[in-house]
Design a protein around this ligand. Structure first.
Ligand code: SGN
Ligand code: CA
Length: 521
């Protein structure tokens, strides 16, 4: 892509003047600076958002965002795991450049580096971060912050502020939304704002709000076609530990807590999430789960039947947590509308990565396969900022390195030359920029680690994907034709029919490793 058209080096005041003038022009009719609300959830699959995929549930409030804004249909992450994804978000750089490679076993995020919230602050914005942070070091670049420790808790969570840690009563998705609205109520009205609202939901172990406990209990979900994948020709996929059948825990993940069900992980829910509940919350919880446990014990399931029962429970619990998320997004949107803020605020919805809803038999993420490489991305701009038709699906490939350049551009600020993403503003405005990127680059680092996904990097174009699993005990290449094999079941790396494609994809991979300056392996 011709970056010079979209990026502006810092410090060149004449160019800066041009950018601001261009942005003023873009914002013709908008008499106020643009506010930014970036809502990010955790592990929210596009499969469970009805504007992307209507098979499982309805998400009317997310659908509204898509209807009134744009839906990115080819939206990807660079490294499908929480901390790294968040570091990419704030820096606009791949993991090997921002230094935060993995959740576990790496270094804390270096908060002294350049981030978009700091640049917005310098440009006159007030900035805030509420919810999951997960970068170990204390947040920098925020005038206001209130974060969950690590992964946080669903019920009666602790929050960390500059003053220390305190516990609050309630369900985490409601509390984070309340805090977001409260921040907006008490903000400095003389300045534009940027609020990052980072939910815990819908992270494992998918605990719903008490008011949603009974939802989805009467629904049965179709088993994904690849649920019983045999992983032939894919050694890394064969050796993971994220299988619903083998690794999803009955007590911990699926809440079948009973003295007769003994699991390695039971302790952590009994003395973790369940222990945090008040007696009233626990009574409501047990009123739904106790009968489910009794029915499960009476059924005496095993083998395939048990695995398919686990899939159904997983889907129900997950979708209940999504329901609360969607309701809370509705609540926030109502507030923004009531306050007239939708007229000068960009509202973004994204997840830190995608997630498996039983495809390949899995939960979790990490792999460069489609379900976890992709991530939902919806953006709603006020009318005066866009001449594009609303409710469009954008097909161009975008990545989470692009968010920081997008926010800076919309704020009328220059995008530093060392940011590796590009602004999505042309796409938001309905343009089809010539020379848009024709491939994305991916690199996952966390091995050894939970779920046992090998380190790998790769390239994806609109049709093909090349992946290299490397390190420790593996050196395996995979090549997929996404057109004939969208489920990525057939590794064609050694197929002579794809020899030319393989050569081209290797060249593309080398080009991207060079462009992004990734020599880590
Ligand atoms: C926790 C989960 C894992 C999950 C990682 C990373 N285990 O460790 O299942 O893969 O987080 O998730 S749990 O027992 O603590 O639930 S991430 O979204 O934060 O990257
Ligand atoms: Ca996540």
């Amino acid at each position: 892509m011709n970056k010079s058209l979209l990026l502006v080096p810092v410090g060149l005041s004449s160019i800066l003047g041009t950018v601001q003038a261009k942005n003023r022009k873009q914002a013709e009719g908008c008499d106020k600076p643009l506010n930014i609300i970036y809502i990010m959830t955790d592990d929210h699959s596009f499969q469970t958002i009805s504007c992307y995929d209507g098979r499982y549930n309805r998400t009317p409030n997310l659908d509204r965002l898509a209807r009134e804004g744009v839906r990115f249909d080819n939206s990807f992450v660079t490294n499908s795991i929480s901390g790294p994804s968040r570091a990419v978000l704030v820096t606009g750089k791949h993991s090997h450049k921002n230094g935060f490679l993995k959740n576990e076993g790496g270094k804390p995020f270096d908060g002294s580096q350049q981030t978009f919230p700091k640049l917005l602050q310098q440009g006159g914005y007030q900035t805030a971060l509420i919810g999951k942070w997960h970068l170990i070091s204390t947040p920098t670049g925020f005038d206001h912050w209130e974060i969950l420790p690590g992964q946080g808790s669903y019920y009666n969570p602790d929050f960390i502020t500059p003053e220390g840690t305190h516990r609050e009563h309630g369900y985490v998705t409601n509390l984070i939304t309340d805090k977001g609205i409260d921040y907006l109520e008490h903000r400095d009205r003389s300045k534009p704002f940027c609020l990052l609202l980072h939910h815990k939901a819908v992270h494992r172990i998918w605990m719903s709000d008490t008011c949603d406990l009974a939802e989805f209990e009467d629904q049965t979900f179709p088993l994904p076609e690849t649920f019983w994948d045999d992983y032939a020709g894919r050694p890394a996929a064969a050796d993971q530990e994220m299988s619903i059948d083998k690794d999803m825990d009955l007590a911990y993940d699926l809440k079948m807590v009973d003295s007769t069900i003994d699991t390695r992980l039971k302790w952590s829910i009994v003395h973790g999430e369940l222990e945090r509940m008040t007696p009233a919350q626990r009574a409501q919880w047990d009123s739904v789960y106790r009968p489910l446990i009794d029915r499960f014990l009476a059924a005496g399931l095993s083998g395939k039947e048990l695995a398919e029962w686990k899939y159904q429970r997983y889907m129900r619990d997950y979708l209940k947590s999504v329901k609360s998320l969607d309701d809370n997004i509705g609540r926030l949107m109502e507030y923004l509308e009531r306050e007239g803020l939708l007229e000068n605020t960009l509202v973004v919805y994204a997840s830190d990565q995608g997630f498996y809803m039983g495809e390949h038999g899995w939960f979790d993420k990490r792999f460069m396969y489609e379900e976890s490489l992709r991530t939902p991305l919806l953006m709603r701009l006020p009318d005066c900022w866009t001449r594009a038709e609303r409710g469009r699906g954008v097909k161009e490939m975008v990545q989470n390195i692009d968010y920081a350049p997008t926010f800076l551009t919309l704020a009328g600020l220059p995008v530093p030359a060392d940011m590796q993403g590009v602004s999505l503003v042309p796409l938001l405005r309905g343009e089809r920029p010539k020379g848009w990127r024709d491939a994305i680059y991916y690199h996952y680092f966390e091995f050894p680690g939970e779920h046992r996904v090998r380190r790998h990097y790769g390239v994806r174009t609109d049709r093909y994907k090349l992946i290299h699993f490397y390190g420790d005990d593996i050196d395996a290449w995979e090549l997929y034709d996404l057109k004939s094999d969208p489920a990525e079941l057939h590794n064609r790396y050694d197929d002579p029919k794809l020899a030319k494609v393989r050569t081209r994809m290797h060249a593309k991979l080398e080009q991207l490793r060079e462009q992004y300056d990734d020599r880590t392996e």
